[in-house]
Design a protein around this ligand. Structure first.
Ligand code: ADP
Length: 473
């Protein structure tokens, strides 16, 4: 099995050319052999007829003395380059060449057909291509004669042998030229591909921004280069996202860990009252909780990225989940002087992952509380219309600045307001909401009036049968 594509193309080229050349040579050779034989036959027939005519006129001159007439006729034909023999009633009367005469005597009378038409046949001779004979039967008075003209097939076979010899040299030579030509052709047409391979070899995770430069290749190859470059762009983008994700994650992890260490260091630096230790432990507990939340979020997103996050689909009442979440955050909201109101269609059954959807509602509520100042109001609505389940969470909070709007679903994105606040989240809440909505074949969007509040809307199809897609953000 040839592995080099160049050699494969060359081999195909040579194979194709061989078949073409051999077929062509066989046809030409066959045609030549037949036409040489036909020319010989034509000469022999002409000579036999001439000898017959000569014999007939000699017979008239000699008043029917056929042995003498045959002798004269044969003598006159001696210089014609073919063997002439005349038979009478199966007996050889006269022949130009005694050597061939014997062969003719043995074969011609037996082979000759009765009648007066010409006949051409080959008499085999051991060690030679044989003797070609034209027979002309004639009748003079009541006596039948056969006039035969013969020639060895040697001359034909010598000519054909010459042609064969030329072909034996020319054919391999032509194939060699075809092979070299095919190789050069394949090499030339594959050169852009080699260049592309070399360049592709040099591209690694470190220089993914590099692209293939292939000059002006053929249409097919430029399509290949374009697809490869597109693939590189996608890889580059996802590598970038991954790098950012890792950098952001490490950055986020560093703060709570630093707080825990600092608090422990301070507490342990000298003897303290039990209350002081309690205070320190409470701070450490808070930060540990934050850390747990962050690690959970990261793990969820990483699993979703790796495609391992499977939806645990089950039938449940979505209105119950919404009510439970609203009730759960009520005390937190009340502590900030925020009022939470909810209105849900009753007995709204839904088939999906209950835990994830609970998480989605909770994240939206958590944000609404976080970004709404005291004496604000949060309204949650759950409805079903035209085959869609719609959940809206509206608040009368700070709203979202137009500059932040395109980014809030990105991982680790936090608005300026949230960034400066110690109680702020990690910027993963909405990325998770988006992933959960999309995993249920739904979508999430928002409208906001900066300074007056925001409304987040999640739309889910009533049944969402597809498996969890991989998140993009
Ligand atoms: P965070 O942990 O910072 O809340 P999220 O992904 O949940 O992260 O939200 C990203 C950003 O979107 C927040 O930092 C905030 O600027 C903005 N945001 C989210 N929800 C609201 C809201 N209800 N009102 C105003 N801004 C919001």
């Amino acid at each position: 099995m040839i592995r080099s594509f160049r050699l494969q193309v060359t081999a195909w080229y040579v194979a194709f050319f061989s078949i073409l050349l051999i077929t062509f040579s066989l046809i030409v050779y066959g045609f030549l052999a037949r036409s040489l034989e036909a020319r010989l036959d034509e000469t022999l027939i002409t000579e036999a007829r001439t000898a017959a005519a000569l014999f007939q006129s000699e017979m008239q001159e000699m008043n029917g003395a056929f042995p003498a007439a045959a002798h004269e006729a044969v003598a006159e034909m001696r210089t014609r380059g073919v063997v002439i023999a005349i038979f009478s009633e199966g007996r050889l009367l006269e022949a130009t060449e005694p050597a061939e005469a014997e062969v003719l005597r043995r074969h011609v009378p037996g082979a000759a057909r009765t009648g007066d038409t010409d006949q051409v046949l080959t008499i085999p001779r051991p060690g030679s291509p044989g003797l070609r004979v034209a027979i002309q039967p004639i009748r003079i008075g009541d006596r039948g004669f056969l006039v035969a003209s013969a020639s060895s097939l040697d001359s034909v076979s010598v000519q054909l042998e010459g042609v064969r010899r030329v072909l034996y040299i020319a054919l391999p030579l032509a194939l060699l030229i075809a092979g070299v030509g095919g190789f050069l052709l394949a090499d030339r047409s594959l050169r852009p591909l080699f260049r592309m391979t070399e360049q592709a070899h040099e591209i690694s995770a470190r220089n993914l921004s590099q692209r293939l430069q292939v000059g002006r290749p053929a249409e097919e190859l430029s399509a290949l280069a374009a697809s490869f470059n597109e693939l590189l762009s996608r890889l580059d983008a996802s590598f970038g996202t991954m790098r950012r994700f890792i950098a952001d994650a490490s950055h986020e992890l560093r703060t709570p860990v630093a707080v825990i260490r600092g608090e422990a260091d301070v507490a342990l630096s000298q003897e303290r009252a039990p209350e002081a230790y309690k205070e320190s432990l409470a701070v450490i507990q808070d930060e540990a909780k934050r850390l747990t939340r962050l690690v959970d979020d990261l793990l969820n997103l990483a699993r979703a990225d790796a495609g391992h996050a499977r939806l645990r689909r089950e039938e449940f009442y979505l209105d119950d989940v919404v009510s439970e979440c609203c009730r759960a955050v009520q005390s937190l909201a009340a502590a900030k002087g925020i009022q939470v109101e909810w209105k849900a269609v009753e007995d709204l059954s839904y088939s999906g992952d209950e835990d994830l959807l609970r998480r989605l509602v909770f994240n939206l509520l958590d944000n609404a509380i976080r970004y709404t100042p005291g004496s604000g109001k949060i309204t949650v609505l759950l409805s079903r219309e035209e085959g869609q389940t719609r959940l809206t969470v509206s608040d009368t909070g700070v709203g979202i600045a137009p500059a932040a709007a395109p980014h809030i679903f990105e991982r680790f994105y936090r608005g300026d307001d949230a960034r400066s606040r110690q109680s702020g989240g990690f910027g993963l809440g909405l990325a998770i909401v988006k992933w959960i909505a999309e995993a249920h074949n739904g979508s999430v969007g928002f409208t906001s009036d900066p300074g007056a509040g925001s409304t987040f809307e999640v739309v889910l199809p009533v049944t969402s049968p597809a498996p969890a897609p991989r998140p993009v953000a």
